[in-house]
Design a protein around this ligand. Structure first.
Ligand code: ADP
Ligand code: MG
Length: 226
């Protein structure tokens, strides 16, 4: 029996606007088991980013409960939320946000230094895992967009997160490069035993998941194992 990693019950995230209440999340229930690879699909504005940000404790839900490894996730407490994120969550964005003045290897070493300790052997292993063993001494401007995103993936894995989140992480890549990045990502997360939730509006990415959840108007409209 797989172990439960996180449980969300009746999560709501409302924005009070002059024009009225925007229900970005409108009562989401979600249980995620260790080892699952979830793709969260839905049209623009359906609440995908909001849900991911609440899962990462980057945002405060208006209502509902959220526990991670059986412990209630902090909210309205920026320092505790930062600690929770640092200890548990990796995040990959659409834009790679690599430091341009550092080499590929140095980008990984820096993150290690910020989150516990430099370990060059492990940094090189992670870069090999995403197929970049020959690019370690290049600068971000000297490699392709797909390769830059693979550096960002290696960087997100460097602190061995329990949960890796991705928001439209192939949104800036062509379809062939997207496929390669997703394949590398699946392989790396399986090798590292990391649970993942990836948000996208790209239906073609569903094939990389073990579970596909569809969101519309802030509600889960389907949830299927694949
Ligand atoms: N900071 C905000 N203020 C007001 N409304 C917001 C804010 N962030 C998101 N929303 C609204 O919440 C809804 C869900 O947004 P979002 O989670 O970004 O959707 P998605 O990622 O699926 O495109 C949208 O209607 C959006 O306009
Ligand atoms: Mg979004």
């Amino acid at each position: 029996m797989a172990v439960t990693l996180l449980t969300i019950n009746d999560m709501k995230r409302y924005y009070e606007m002059v024009s009225g209440t925007v229900k970005a999340l409108d009562g989401v229930d979600l249980e995620v088991k260790e080892g699952e690879r979830i793709i969260l699909l839905g049209p623009s504005g359906s609440g995908k980013t909001t849900l991911l940000n609440c899962v990462a404790a980057l945002d405060n839900p208006t209502e509902g409960t959220y526990s991670f490894e059986g412990i209630s996730v902090p909210r309205d407490a920026p320092e505790k939320m930062t600690t929770f994120r640092r200890d548990n969550i990796g995040y990959v964005f659409q834009f790679f946000n690599l430091l341009q003045d550092l080499t590929v290897l140095e980008n990984i070493l820096l993150i290690q230094e910020l989150s516990g300790g430099r370990d060059e052997k492990r940094a090189r292993e992670l870069l090999a895992l995403v197929g970049l063993e020959d690019e370690v001494n290049r600068f971000p401007t000297e490699i392709s967009g797909g390769q830059q995103q693979r550096v960002a993936i290696a960087r997100s894995l460097a602190k061995s997160p329990k949960l890796l989140l991705g928001d439209e992480l192939t949104g800036n890549l062509d379809s062939k490069t997207s496929a390669m990045v997703m394949e590398v990502l699946v392989k790396a997360c399986e090798a590292e035993g990391i649970t993942t939730i990836f948000v996208t509006h790209d239906e073609s990415l569903a094939k990389y998941a073990t579970r596909v959840i569809r969101l519309d108007s802030g509600k889960v409209i389907s949830d299927e194992k694949v």
